[in-house]
Design a binder for this molecule. Structure first.
Ligand code: WTA
Length: 641
């Protein structure tokens, strides 16, 4: 029997929205017409929020800086909580949480409101004022959302650091943001083990003089040292706190949060997001793209340490008064059906996950989803990297049972919310294409000269509400990174193709950022980590294609004079990268070489290294300083395989 996925792909099938779905969809076809004036469209969406004071002007655009809803005042936690507890959603589940060991907690809007108020009051009591940065380094537990919302309540911008980052990476982010408070936990559960968050934090804090208070949540219960005068248990911290904390009226353009992401240099960038535009963007996109109805249970599987967790675990769902599911652990613990058990148990109706996960599930086989009842699902989403058509169709057929629309959503940490996506119930989908810009979004594909092209660089020609407002402490880098390729046009760093129907096909990064399992890793950052090792002279890191992860890191390394290379040294270097950055940046391959191929001007020829790592025929080597290097590298690589 022919493989059903191959058959569907061969037919080049397009996927029309099911009629029954379309009839009740939040997004209706006229939405694109309604957005022909984007500013007016976004203003209408902003009005769906509660404002303490209306804005004077919807958009002030002085490239490369945009201000949205100028003069308006609002508070994010008020919009996510207070306005819901005032009505019938008071007892609705806001968060349904499941820990990796199987413990669960459901917090109603009222529960969450109380917790957030107390934590916010405690922070304020501690002297945390509007504008003071708070770093959050927590596992996926409700307290992560509580701490984030509490920060927004008092106007203290949060800086969430993914729990998988190393002490060095945490330290760099605390220092750059000059945070005065760190919120962490003793540990978190992951794949049956414990991630030692407090231990990592203590190591990071050895060189973070700005941090005066460390709030520690008890999650795993192992012994952790508490530094007197600095460290306080979460429960102690909130014990005396008031039950109500007045929400700070924030200017629409006040700083809401910083989130560090990898760029094309070794140093991560603190992406700046502000209040009014961001909340408008995430609220509207969540409602239309995920077709939110009152009874939905929405599960975005991202960690809150990434932008997807910020926008679609916490702010988007809660601003809409929806029920958001949070899961602490990995998909294969205790078995490979964990995700489907969660869907079944909590009746998840909307699932939003990453292509890497989908490809992993494909490899594990259909028996895991098949042994669970997935009939509650009605919509599926994908994010983080290009989804290959095979994975798309598998997701649609096996997880969605052929009934659920699939939305492949393109966006970035910088964009704050989804910008290119199908609208379920409206858009005809082509597996592998993120389809069309969201209403009010002006995306285009340009060639080197800035002319519209069929294939080239993905850009955004007009500002959108959730766009980043800069890079923390580095305005020059902001201009250089995003606004210097084309005048007054935002450059995404992605390549894209447009087909005959105007559909966008994302081709991946065109800069030195690698997308490993949907996580952004900078090649320069990994190179710096490698040369930080005392035995390494030079290194060049590239992304090679990988069946499951999308891309994997291959590191070419030249060791110092007289150093002997070995498999053990390779492992040691991998461990060194994990120590400097985190497990997400661990190279798959370390390839030792006596020299690296360079052009006459001294630039490392990455294209060539990629060809070597992927075992492809070599490209043009005539511009190489010493062509013999390549041949020896290639031989070496083949020998190590
Ligand atoms: C990639 C994650 C293709 C892209 C929200 C982008 C995608 C980077 C898609 C941002 C998609 C994200 N199709 N590529 N649907 N979604 N990307 O900042 O290269 O972690 O530039 O934000 O992920 O990654 P970030």
């Amino acid at each position: 029997m022919a493989n059903p996925i191959e058959v569907l792909l061969k037919e080049k099938r397009t996927f029309k929205p099911p009629k029954a779905f379309a009839a009740h969809a939040v997004a209706q076809p006229r939405i694109y017409k309604d957005a022909t004036n984007p500013v007016r469209f976004w203003e209408k969406e902003a009005r769906a929020l509660d404002w303490f004071k209306p804005w004077r002007k919807a958009l002030e655009w002085k490239p490369p800086y945009a201000k949205w809803f100028v003069g308006g005042k609002l508070n994010v936690s008020y919009n996510c909580l207070d306005r819901h507890v005032a009505g019938p959603r008071r007892t609705k589940a806001a968060l349904i949480w499941e820990g990796e060991p199987g413990d669960t907690r459901t917090l109603t809007y009222w529960d969450l409101y109380r917790e957030v108020n107390r934590f916010a009051a405690a922070l304020r009591q501690q002297g945390v004022r509007k504008g003071a940065r708070v770093t959050i380094y927590l596992p996926m537990v409700p307290e992560a959302a509580i701490a984030m919302l509490a920060c927004t309540r008092i106007g203290a911008p949060h800086n969430v650091v993914f729990g998988g980052f190393s002490p060095d990476a945490l330290r760099e982010r605390i220092r750059d943001s000059e945070s005065t408070v760190l919120v962490t936990a003793d540990g978190g559960y992951r794949r049956g083990g414990v991630v030692p968050l407090k231990k990592n934090a203590d190591e990071a804090l050895l060189e973070c003089p700005t941090v005066k208070t460390v709030v520690v949540l008890k999650r795993t219960g192992q012994d952790v040292p508490m530094q007197r005068g600095r460290d306080v248990w979460w429960d102690e911290f909130v014990k005396e706190a008031a039950a109500y904390c007045k929400p700070e009226p924030m200017d629409a353009e006040d700083l809401l949060y910083l989130l560090y992401t990898s760029g094309s240099t070794g140093k991560p960038k603190g992406i700046i997001h502000t209040t009014g535009g961001y909340l408008t963007g995430v609220t509207a996109t969540t409602r239309y793209i995920f077709d939110l109805h009152e009874g939905d249970t929405f599960w975005c599987t991202a960690d809150v340490g990434w932008v997807t967790g910020h926008s679609y675990v916490v702010y988007g769902p809660l601003a809409n008064g929806a029920t958001s599911v949070m899961y602490e652990g990995t998909p294969d613990w205790p078995d490979k059906d964990r995700f489907w058990r969660i869907v079944e148990k909590h009746g998840v109706s909307i699932l939003y996950t990453a292509p890497t996960a989908i490809r992993t599930f494909m490899r594990w086989g259909e028996k895991y989803p098949e042994q669970c009842d997935l009939s509650s699902l009605r919509l599926l989403g994908s994010v983080g990297e290009p989804i290959n058509p095979e994975a798309w169709v598998w997701y649609w057929r096996v997880i969605g049972g052929g009934r659920c629309p699939v939305v492949d959503t393109w966006w970035q940490t910088e964009t704050g919310h989804i910008l290119i996506t199908p609208l379920p119930g409206v858009t005809v989908c082509k597996p592998g294409s993120a389809t069309k810009p969201f209403p009010g979004v002006d995306a285009a594909v340009l060639d080197d000269h800035g002319k519209p092209a069929k294939a080239g660089y993905l850009v955004l020609r007009q500002p959108w509400p959730g766009m980043l407002r800069g890079i923390w402490g580095d305005p020059e880098r902001y201009v250089k990174q995003y606004w210097s390729r084309y005048k007054d046009i935002y450059f995404t760093g992605d390549g894209a193709k447009l087909d005959e129907d105007g559909y966008f096909w994302l081709l991946g990064r065109v800069d030195d950022v690698i997308n490993v399992s949907g996580h952004r890793v900078s090649t320069m950052e990994v190179e710096s980590a490698l040369v930080d090792h005392p035995l390494v002279a030079e290194s060049a890191v590239i992304g090679r294609s990988h069946e499951i992860k999308g891309q994997a890191l291959a590191a070419f390394v030249t060791v110092k004079e007289g150093v002997a290379t070995s498999l053990e040294l390779g492992d040691e270097l991998k461990a060194h990268v994990v120590k400097k950055i985190g497990a997400l940046a661990r190279p798959d391959d370390i390839i030792f070489s006596a020299d690296l191929p360079k052009t006459r001007s001294g630039k490392i020829m990455r294209r060539l290294l990629r060809d070597i790592a992927e075992g492809r025929a070599l490209g043009d080597t005539t511009t190489l300083a010493d062509p013999a290097v390549v041949a020896s590298l290639k031989a070496k690589y083949e020998e190590q395989e």
